[in-house]
Design a protein around this ligand. Sequence first.
Ligand code: PLP
Length: 387
Amino acid sequence: MYTFDELIDRRHTESTKWDRYQDKLQRDDLLPMWLADMDLPASDEIKEALMKRASHPIYGYSDRGRLYYEVFAERFQKQYAYDITADDVMLSTGVMYSIAAAIHLFTNPKDGILLLMPCYHPFVTCVENSDRRVIPVDMCVHDQQYEIDFEQLENRLKKDDTVKALILCNPHNPSGRVFGYEELKRLSEVCEKYHLLIISDEIHSDFVYEARFIPIMKVSTYARQHTIACVSPTKSFNLAGLKVSAILVKNESMKKKLKDYCSLIGISSINIFAMEAVKAAYLKSNDWQQALLTYLKDNRNLITAFVKRHADQIVAFQPQGTYFYWMKFHTDIHERLLNEAGLILNHGAEFSSSCAAYERLNFACPRPLLQEGLRRLDTLLKEIEKE
Ligand SMILES: Cc1ncc(COP(=O)(O)O)c(C=O)c1O
């Protein structure tokens, strides 16, 4: 039996989520529900594998051999019928590395890169730091879910033939949307029409509740040959500090370029602990993962009930995937959340300049912590109502 209710103190563990603001603001009452990692322990299988490897006191160079590639290929084959083999798996230390590499290798300075807004803010930084131009296309909202605005997308593309790539994030951070087959198919048709490279960030693919995750690579021949899929066990199994990831790609010339680039910049092997964790995660932690999903779904439903009770103050988007809840308030309450409620969420403005009244809440935490977060939010909303 798995129980995720236990509160584990993460303070003073060099945790970005727990220590950054506490140290900066010198406050020990803050409740962080922002950054994308979980306040939940990794599976026992992972912990045991890491402890076993740590007990061997020599941490020299590791030869991951074929195993790394095979473990990733088997996992994505089994989970999402990806139709890939170990030869289609490229080494990566993180999804943001993969995205930066794809931009660098397959587009040119000043090219435009499409982003569906709101979006995970490091995409913007990555595009700008690469001397490419961000081409933002706002998503639209339909039936309380975010959707791709195809009309706006095509209008942008018709006007600008310097756009060379799209960064797709599916499941979508921050909205929690999981794109369906028809939408992905239509998107791949647009990409084909305008010869766009598809950089598909699938880091949240294992967090899908009612819907089904469909890799864009599977929806058309074009997508299969022009997609760089960035995958990782780090969100699914809470391993972000271990820095491990992979790129799935079918196109032979893109594979070669990615491999050469990897060795050029000195990424030739991965951390030995990361390798142990990947094996224990993908090969031994399935039951844990199923239990986790059920727990997170219950957390999500708890928030849905909360936001329904506060429907006059919050417009919320129940996520189909990810562990984020995206919600809109009447006005920008970010500073008040921090100062008065001691609650650290991600400010919507990080994801789009038009989203200052939004917040993103990370609900991957023990339920008592979530309940405390909602209690604080409730108190603040009551206060605001009185004003
Ligand atoms: C959509 C998305 N992509 C990428 C990342 C970062 O991935 P990595 O740590 O592998 O670079 C995150 C982390 O929050 C994310 O939410």
